[in-house]
Design a protein around this ligand. Structure first.
Ligand code: SAM
Length: 189
């Protein structure tokens, strides 16, 4: 199974109808649609992407999947996630997904970067409900990606030291790495 499918399978066990969730990098909307289907019409998903093309593609995908009603899309940097979530009444998400890098078929220079990704991971971890999960797909195959991936690994190590459960799976041949970080159900926020 591909790592993206493994990420969906893990989050399908955590998300239930009525939950709140965030897709921090909408791209073509595959992950946003998946999350919107899991939380159902009584839940809410906030999708964020910096590119208008991604917001358009995701809006179309959500309409096709019949999931627009439970979805809010915002064109902005995920570094501003805390303020965006607050503005849109998105509280204590059970899952926050990141699929880092650039949108295939568009300008590769518009890619996630270390500083904004780490800011967004910190915001996501603070927002997350107890027992909730952060799913991060990072890419080692291009130079910004390798640098960012190393920062994600360091961030996950600190999360583990603070008491989160962290699992990592690696695709062969310098392929993507999937990190799953679960916030404890009780104990320090
Ligand atoms: N999850 C997507 C899907 O299901 O199709 C794929 C995401 S794609 C690999 C990465 C996305 O991150 C791109 O659409 C890009 O525009 C977006 N991105 C880059 N920098 C960003 C930022 N600072 N904040 C939010 N999105 C960003």
């Amino acid at each position: 199974m591909r790592l993206t499918q493994q990420a969906h399978a893990a989050l399908a066990k955590i998300l239930t109808p009525g939950d709140h969730a965030i897709d921090a990098t909408c791209g073509n909307g595959y992950d946003t649609c998946f999350v919107a289907q899991q939380v159902g019409p009584t839940g809410r998903v906030l999708g964020i992407d910096i590119q208008p093309e991604a917001i358009r593609a995701t809006r179309g995908a959500l309409e096709q999947a019949g999931c627009s009603g439970q979805s809010i899309l915002v064109q902005d940097s995920h570094a501003n996630m805390m303020a965006i979530a607050d503005e849109h009444g998105l509280h204590a998400p059970m899952a926050v997904m990141f699929n880092l890098g650039y949108l295939p078929g568009t300008d590769k220079r518009i890619t996630t970067t270390v500083d904004t990704t780490i800011q967004a991971l910190n915001a996501a971890r603070a927002l997350l409900a107890p027992g909730g999960a952060l799913s991060v797909m990072s890419y080692r195959g291009h130079s910004e990606g390798a640098h960012e991936h190393a920062a994600v690994v360091r961030w996950c190590q600190s999360a583990k030291e603070r008491g989160d459960t962290v699992q990592q799976r690696t695709a062969p041949a310098n392929g993507p790495v999937w990190s799953l970080v679960i916030k404890p159900r009780s104990g320090p926020a």
